[in-house]
Design a protein around this ligand. Structure first.
Ligand code: ADP
Ligand code: ASP
Ligand code: MG
Length: 409
């Protein structure tokens, strides 16, 4: 029987400096010694992607998306080749590849391309020769033969997509925390590690700001029912398994809380209150590849209405110019933006069968004098937009209210 295939992904913090790359090499080598066929995906070192974005902005405040992909994809080339070298010094055969070299084919949407397919011939050839294959995460090549990137945090997606395509026996995501917690442990120190979490819960937590896993990576893992093991690259402790279903006994009403400060609220005033107007606006934004999240339409007064919605801050300037254009075309009024918002979200599949979670959430925020600006709910989540300054506090008081922490704190 051929040896089992493992896909391991190491995030930026796990390869932040030479010593950490050595640490990763030692771990990878340990698995390789056990006879596994290893495909390893790496992110760029530390904060280097942010540094590259900073450089670009100094030169051009709104750089071309094609050039951004050319620039940002270099970060992962650095870490992947260094890791290959570190494995060579350990006497291992290893070879690094860019996304393009291993045939990660994407669509043509720069900065957030979607993977269309992965041609595994080259990887498989190297794996079967006993080489450790190291793939630069976060990148691919488009059907137009241009270099593309997969959106922030996209190395998670590279790893999951590779694991699916290679039919890997295991997919491990190594990071700087030892698993998924009930809330970001950097903000809520007594957050508790979750041993098992469903794809649906993780999807909601990630989509609502828990940066520990990229949302799209979870979508793909769910689609192909690929369990993921999220764990620390600095210890051998078992982390969190993300999987389809967990035994009922472990079901919690609220599984975790996430917070994001990376969205902005846009308000379009005085829209004509008639059918088709919202469709026109949001179709236009979708065509511009803007991901709109929460949408609230105010009560109509004098046959006009206001619509507010949230978008990622990094698409705000594009959103504003598109919205102004649409507003003019449909005879609406002013378009304003508010960047000082935070969105806090409660997530848990148990909410489905437990009414009253929303009411409890709003009461706690009210008791703590936190004003709610927007609300959205789904079967398994409740999100509230609050003022940016109140975001962390909202997360902490909700974490306490739903008794998610360790101990009594
Ligand atoms: P990597 O560099 O490995 O990709 P990230 O920085 O993208 O790592 O993600 C790990 C970080 O995610 C953690 O350091 C933690 O602060 C943050 N995080 C946010 N929400 C959670 C959560 N619910 N559980 C664990 N970590 C979380
Ligand atoms: N380096 C990229 C980023 O910082 C991709 C990743 O880390 O997954 O977003
Ligand atoms: Mg990440």
């Amino acid at each position: 029987m051929p040896a089992k295939i493992i896909v391991q992904k190491f995030g930026g913090s796990s390869v932040a400096d030479v010593q950490k790359i050595e640490n990763v090499a030692t771990r990878v080598n340990r698995y390789a010694k056990q006879g596994y066929r290893m495909a390893v995906v790496v992110s760029a070192m530390g904060k280097s992607t942010n540094e590259l974005i900073g450089l670009a902005r100094q030169i051009n405040p709104s750089p071309s998306e094609r050039e951004m992909d050319m620039l940002l994809s270099t970060g992962e080339r650095v870490s992947s080749s260094l890791l290959a070298m570190a494995l060579h010094t350990r006497g291992r055969e290893a070879i690094s590849f860019t996304g393009s070299q291993v045939g990660i084919i994407t669509d043509t949407v720069h900065t957030k391309a979607k993977i269309l397919k992965i041609e595994t011939k080259r990887i498989k050839k190297e794996l079967n020769r006993g080489k450790i294959v190291i793939v630069a995460g976060f990148q691919g090549v488009s059907t137009d033969k241009e270099i593309t990137t997969l959106g922030r945090g996209g190395s998670d997606l590279s790893a999951v997509a590779l694991a699916v395509t290679l039919k890997a026996d295991m997919c491990e995501i190594y990071t700087d925390v030892d698993g998924i917690y009930t809330a970001d442990p950097r903000i809520v120190p007594n957050a508790k590690k979750i041993s098992r979490i469903t794809f649906d819960e993780m999807l909601e937590l990630a989509a609502r700001g828990a940066q520990v896993m990229q949302t799209r990576a979870i979508e793909v893992a769910k689609k192909f029912n690929l369990p993921l093991h999220v764990r620390s690259s600095f210890s051998r402790k078992e982390g969190t398994i993300i999987m389809e279903k967990i035994p009922h006994i472990e079901a919690a009403i609220v599984r975790g809380i996430s917070l994001t400060e990376s969205e902005a609220k846009v308000t379009v005033c005085n829209l004509p209150d008639k059918p088709g107007i919202a469709a026109k606006m949001f179709n236009e934004l979708a065509r511009g590849n803007v991901n709109v999240d929460m949408i609230v339409q105010n009560v109509s007064h004098k046959k006009t209405t206001d619509i507010s919605f949230t978008v990622p801050k990094d698409t705000l300037s594009k959103t504003m110019s598109l919205s102004r254009k649409i507003s003019k075309a449909i005879g609406a009024g002013r378009v304003t933006a508010d960047e000082d918002i935070a969105k806090v979200s409660l997530v848990g599949v148990g909410m489905r069968s437990h009414p009253g979670v929303a009411a409890r959430c709003f009461s706690v925020l009210a008791k703590n004098k936190i004003n709610i600006e927007m609300i959205s709910t789904s079967e398994i989540s409740i999100s509230c937009v609050v003022h940016k300054e109140a975001g962390k506090k909202a997360m902490k008081v909700l974490h306490k209210e739903f008794k998610l922490g360790k101990g009594k704190k």
